[in-house]
Each structure stands twice: as structure tokens, then as C-alpha cells.
Design a protein around this ligand. Sequence first.
Ligand code: F6R
Length: 378
Amino acid sequence: EKQGFKHYMLKEIYEQPGVVRTCLEVYLRPEWEPQAPYSPVQLGLAPAVLADLEFIQIVACGTSWHASLVGKYLLEQLANIPTSVQYASEFRYAPPPLLPNTLTIGVTQSGETADTLAALEMELSRRQGLEPPLSARLLGITNRPESTLGQLVPAIIDTHAGIEIGVAATKTFVAQLMAFYLLSLELAWQRQTLGGDRLAELVAGLRQLPAQIELILESQERYIEALSHDFSDTQDFIFLGRGINFPIALEGALKLKEISYIHAEGYPAGEMKHGPIALLDAKVPVVTIAMPGSVFEKVLSNAQEARARDARLIGVTPMAEVEAQHTFDDLLPVPEVDELLSPILTVIPLQLLAYHIAARRGLDVDQPRNLAKSVTVE
Ligand code: F6R
């Protein structure tokens, strides 16, 4: 069943190009052109779910919460809709005031996470008696449409990743990112917040992703496996990112801690100097995501601040960037892409790094201690 892979997690990491391909096949119209009078995306949602939105609030836990943070960035930057993201366990006991024309999205790969379901139940109950269009504005993003979530909410985006067995979410995370790209592009089309050419550019960029993920897997797995030997005694890791790659820093840290039991923290790179920099010395590796775009130079200078504290610097960055090559001790190269599309690539080396460090330590990668695949209790 593991098809020659040592663990399900590694098999699922390798399934990611196929997962992205499936999402593209299911949800993009193959014949779409920039001049077409219809959207490039076909999500099959009732028009009332997305019409006239003024605000979006997203509830989720764990890795799904990280995907939602990327989603917020996309919904705001592409579709111009203010978006908030909350931990479901926080939202359920203190929901923010309900604004008109708000879409609430629950993101849960299993569709069974108790806190996420409770947050959505709370949202449903306080919408009782509101106009149908308002009560219809509840959307689930899930890998299991047949789950409890699927029965609770009136609309679903199915992430089509196939069953995930490894406790650490990998392919379902990438599939959730795809759901947010597609939703943001659909809303951008409906609201005309992007020109036809920009929309076409992003659609074309999405189509390149499967081959680009394959390239990262093929070119880097051996290197990352070898690199993982250097961290057999490491006790702490810092992950830095900014903008749309800040949530990927959080995700890289979460993957590492949950399967390798190494303490790891993700930070927005600009926050380092406000405290965490005090943690740094030669024993704390710093993994920095530095992708060309709005914050590239800023991230590099944040990484250089860490270098001044003797930290070993590992960079997730395009190979061609000379300045990045000079900044980092170790490079985990990814293809250069539109900054908005980069999270789906930058997460791949971080998954491999967490996997190989944990496997090298001889740990039960697929069944880490104290964790369950879906958390059905509060
Ligand atoms: C991390 C992980 C967890 C889940 C979280 C939410 O690898 O798997 O953090 O992401 O428990 O699970 P779902 O998405 O099923 O609600």
C-alpha cells in the first residue's frame, strides 16, 4: 500500500503533483481564454454563496489554519475582500460581531474536527432567521464531502486529494491551497478586480505547478536527506517568511515539531528583531523562505541579521538569485514563480526536511506520539 515508500507521509508528499493536477482538471475550464464572457473557474457553487460579499471570515485548526492564512492573503490581494482567519477553538467561544454580507468558511480536511464543526454550528445558529442569502453564506473546504462538515454546511469545495493516512497533513494542505487559489480567482473574475491578462497569467501559472513540484521532488530529495544528518542533535529551529510565505514558515515549523519532536517556531521575518533574535546562536538553524517579489530584499536582510548571530542559514529560494546564494549556507532551491503562487512550491522542501529529520531519528513518522489524524474531541 505504501507503493515502495518507507512511510505514508513520503508517499503522500510524492502524490502532490497529481493532487494539484486533479484540482486543475476538476475546477478549471480547459477552453477558457482571457476574452471569454465566463469565468476560468467552475466551482459549482450556488450564486448566493459568493454574490455581493463584503467580508470573509475563516475558521480552522492546525495546518488547515495555515492554509487559511494563505487564503486570506489571496482573497484580499486578488479579490479585494477583507478577510479574517481565526482558530476555530477561539472563534467558538468569542465569535466576532456578524457583519452583513459575510461569508464564513470552515476549512477542515477530515471534516470531523470538533472545534471547527462547533464554530460553524455557532455561526449557523446565529444566522437563523436571517434572509436566505445570508444563511446560505456558509462554505466548507474539505477533503471529505461525506463528513459531518459536508452535512452541516450548504456548500462545499471538495479538495479531491484522496485519503491521507500520515498524521501530518501534506497533500491535503496543498489541495486546500488550490481551493483558495480557485476561489480567489473566481471571486476576482466575478468582481472584476483583475484584468483579463493578469487572470490569464495566474491561470497559466497554476497549470505549471504540478511539473514544478515534480522538479523539486526529483532534484532535492537526496540533498535534503543528506542535510538532515547534520541535525541529529539540534534542539531548536526557527522558520522565517514574510507576506504570503509567512504561513509557510508556520507550516514548516509545525511539520518539524509534530513528527521530529524538535522545538521549532515560525515567525514573520520582520518580527525577529522584536524578541526572538535573542534565541539565536550557532546551535539554532534558521530556515528562511526568500522568494522574489514584494519582500525579497527585506527577507534577505532579516536573514543576514540572523547570520550576524552565527546561526546556520538555510534558504528556500530560487537557484538563480545570486544575492540569495551569498546569504545562505545551504540552499533548498525552488523554481522562480509569481510570488502569489509560490507557497505551493516553498512548502515542499520544508515537508521533505521535516520528514527526513524525523525518519533519520528513527521516529514513527506516520503515527507521531500524542497525535490523532482527526481531533474529534474538544
Ligand atoms: C498537522 C495536522 C493538524 C490538522 C488539524 C486540523 O499536520 O494534521 O494540525 O491540520 O488537526 O485537521 P482538519 O483539517 O482535519 O480539521
